[in-house]
Design a protein around this ligand. Structure first.
Ligand SMILES: Cc1ncc(COP(=O)(O)O)c(C=O)c1O
Length: 434
């Protein structure tokens, strides 16, 4: 083997990773034994031994239009052959076109502008800086069960303790009661959660707000949907205190939820700032903050720079993603196939006592597993066993939520009805005996 050959042996891959990866990048592995992927196509993955899987995770929601999509591949190769990087100090047409095309996907009315970054957390950090700079206020509200990323700013906004390290995170961030219809303190009672916002403002902040950040459907938190009316009323309360609404569409955007292109559009609100990543580039490192001009303009007087922001190769991938979503009607597909998958999950819930809740929209779905439906005790141990079985059955899903008892399904949006049948049979076998 020469220096540039790749050693595909399981032993070699595991040994190198365990030896040379830092714990921070090594520790987050889902299965008891390593799963090594060598190839992907559409909604399918193959491991290094040639075994095929239906991918219901999409590499953590990054693969929006399908693995190795030929249109994305062609756009990337074309751009790579011309120019691999162009800093934003210089001008290039590809990111500029992409910014225009993203703005065209936003609801009409506001004057939207775009700032590209390479990761969701970077974009969340920038959104935080924008909110604080444009309002002149510091206090931020975030939801307790939210996940917004791992950088200091995004981690500070993240409520789940398992993601918060023992370091001095940012001050001025207040986590409010999670409006979770299934497991939240007030069930589906929006008014009760909204009253908690009032109390938090009154007893934890200066009374003035920079903003509120919300995932319209919580992703890692376990596909938690907001109760009806909550987001619109919460945004009103925040604006009364001088703040802005930041919507984190990192998982839920780009048509995944089926009914609307952005999940926030289902809530009759207009955010000042929208954060997007993951599916935007079908796996290429790309993210963006799309903000109303008057908000973004507050950063004009100071230097702010992301070295790889607006990389033309990633933006070429992003442009191809938007085109494929349209040409292959993937938002529509997410709606119809997602509805079929949800019906399957609901039927499984009728057959298997361990299923406590089925929820989500489009192709952003989850099953929550409990040992007892009445008291909703999280079936954490059983979920670990069932999760291993899903792999044996040829499925890739995610184990999510603070209690690790939620099977999250966020597949590439090209999943088909035939796949749903196969998923149904496979999951049925996984739940047998529980
Ligand atoms: C809702 C949400 N926001 C932000 C992030 C951070 O994105 P990244 O991992 O690209 O930094 C994530 C990542 O999973 C996410 O799910």
């Amino acid at each position: 083997m020469n220096d540039f050959e790749i050693d595909w042996s399981t032993q070699g891959i595991v040994a190198r990773r365990d030896t040379y990866y830092a714990a921070s990048q090594r520790a987050f592995v889902p299965y008891r034994t390593p799963l090594i992927f060598s190839r992907g196509e559409g909604q399918y993955l193959w491991d290094e031994k040639g075994r095929k899987y239906i991918d219901l995770l999409g590499m953590n929601v990054c693969i929006s239009v399908g693995h190795a999509h030929p249109a994305v591949t062609a756009a990337v190769i074309d751009q790579v052959n011309r120019l691999q990087h162009c800093t934003t100090m210089f001008y290039h047409p590809v990111p500029a076109h992409f910014a225009q095309e993203l703005v065209a996907r936003m609801p009409s009315g506001p004057d939207w502008v775009v700032h590209f970054t390479t990761s969701g957390a970077e974009a969340v950090d920038l959104a935080l800086v924008m909110a604080q700079t444009c309002t002149g206020h510091i206090d931020m509200l975030a939801l307790r069960n939210a996940y917004h990323g791992a950088t200091i700013g995004a981690q500070s906004l993240t409520g789940i303790s398992g993601f918060r390290h023992r370091i001095p995170l940012l001050g001025g961030i207040h986590h409010i009661a999670n409006p979770d219809p299934y497991r939240g303190a007030f069930g589906e009672d929006s008014a009760a959660y909204l009253a908690e916002i009032d109390r938090t403002i009154a007893y934890a902040t200066s009374g003035s707000l920079a903003g509120l950040i919300v995932e319209p459907i919580q992703g890692y938190g376990g596909i938690v949907e907001l109760p009806a009316g909550y987001l619109k009323a919460a945004a009103r309360k925040v604006r009364e205190r001088g703040g802005v609404l930041i919507v984190d569409e990192v998982q839920s955007g780009f048509g995944r939820t089926g009914d609307t292109f952005w999940a926030f559009e289902a809530h009759d609100v207009m955010p000042e700032i929208v954060v997007m990543a993951k599916g935007i580039g079908n796996g290429f490192p790309l993210a963006a903050v799309v903000a109303q001009r008057h908000v973004a303009e507050s950063l004009a007087s100071k230097f702010f720079f992301n070295t790889y922001g607006a990389n033309p190769v990633s933006c070429a991938a992003g442009r191809a993603v938007l085109r494929v979503i349209d040409e292959e009607k993937l938002q529509r597909n997410a709606q119809t196939v997602g509805a079929a998958l949800k019906a399957v999950l609901t039927r499984l819930g009728q057959r298997h006592e361990i299923v406590g809740d089925v929820r989500g929209r489009g192709l952003m779905l989850a099953i929550e597993l409990v040992t007892h439906r009445g008291n909703k005790t999280p079936a954490t141990k059983e979920t670990t066993e069932i999760f291993e079985k899903t792999r044996e059955q040829g499925l890739v899903v995610s184990k999510s939520g603070a209690n690790r008892n939620i099977l999250r399904m966020v597949p590439p949006m090209c999943l088909t009805l035939a796949d749903v049948e196969a998923v149904s049979d496979a999951l049925d076998r996984c739940f047998e005996g529980y």
